[in-house]
Write a protein that binds this ligand. Structure first.
Ligand code: SAM
Length: 227
């Protein structure tokens, strides 16, 4: 059975579907009982589905080891107090869910209609107490004043051949494309004068000069700019 959306969610979905049609991408999503599924251009590949419960459980299971990972260290947690994080680039919510598993309050933005449509139905269907700490804003009218940390993970063009993206990310990239305005957006985010974390592939150039420090993992580099 399809998940029942509120009037507000239905109106948002209609607006996003309009954007999708304008982009000529109406054919890449398919509505099923599991939500909006993303079809690959290769008919042999399975559709990408967004299952927030599955993904959240995975983050929770590996929480102990995650606390030694770059994202946790980049947050600069004090006395176990987790910050309110504005995840500007939610995508398929991997990092938002990881931040929620750490105990952060998260406000996520997404501007592309494909992930936005997938998120809208997946979020609406998900029943979990952690949702009380998670807001997704597709309207994106004003920067959330309560955010203490800004997290920015735009799509990048330079692909590190050693760390080939997982299948979902590859299909996602095929349709969503690159964020060519990433540098300008990063500059705007810096102007809010909060802790800014920018995710980059290892070996990629800086989006903004002079990070205060960097956290590097196997498949990711986080450039941290302190206010
Ligand atoms: C690399 S993906 C993010 C992946 C995400 N961190 C995850 O863990 O699944 C980048 C996403 O950010 C979105 N995006 C890029 N720039 C944005 C902006 N200025 N505002 C809102 N969304 C943005 C893109 O549409 C894309 O879905």
């Amino acid at each position: 059975m399809l998940v029942k959306l509120s009037e507000h969610e239905l109106a948002t979905e209609q607006a996003l579907l309009g954007q999708l049609t304008l982009l000529g991408l109406g054919h890449v999503l398919e509505l099923t009982e599991r939500g909006w599924e993303l079809k690959s251009s290769d008919p042999l590949e399975k559709n990408v589905i967004l299952d927030l419960e599955r993904d959240y459980q995975q983050w929770q299971k590996s929480l102990t080891s995650l606390r030694s990972q770059p994202l946790y260290r980049a947050l600069g947690t004090k006395n176990n107090q987790m910050p309110v994080v504005w995840d500007v680039t939610c995508g398929l919510a991997g990092d938002s869910l990881q931040l929620l598993a750490f105990g952060c309050e998260v406000i996520s933005w997404e501007r592309h209609p494909i992930p936005a449509l997938m998120l809208l139905r997946a979020y609406s269907a998900w029943q979990h107490e952690v949702k009380a700490s998670w807001t997704i804003d597709f309207q994106r009218e004003s920067a959330p004043a309560q955010a203490q940390v800004i997290y920015f993970d735009p799509m990048y063009s330079e692909v590190n051949k050693k760390a080939l993206p997982r299948k979902e990310m590859r299909i996602f990239r095929e349709v969503v494309g690159q964020d060519t305005d990433a540098e300008a957006v990063a500059r705007e985010l810096l102007s809010y004068k909060k802790r800014l974390i920018i995710k980059r592939p290892p070996g990629a150039g800086l989006l903004l000069p002079n990070p205060s420090f960097q956290q590097e993992g196997k498949a990711v580099r986080l450039d941290v700019y302190l206010p």
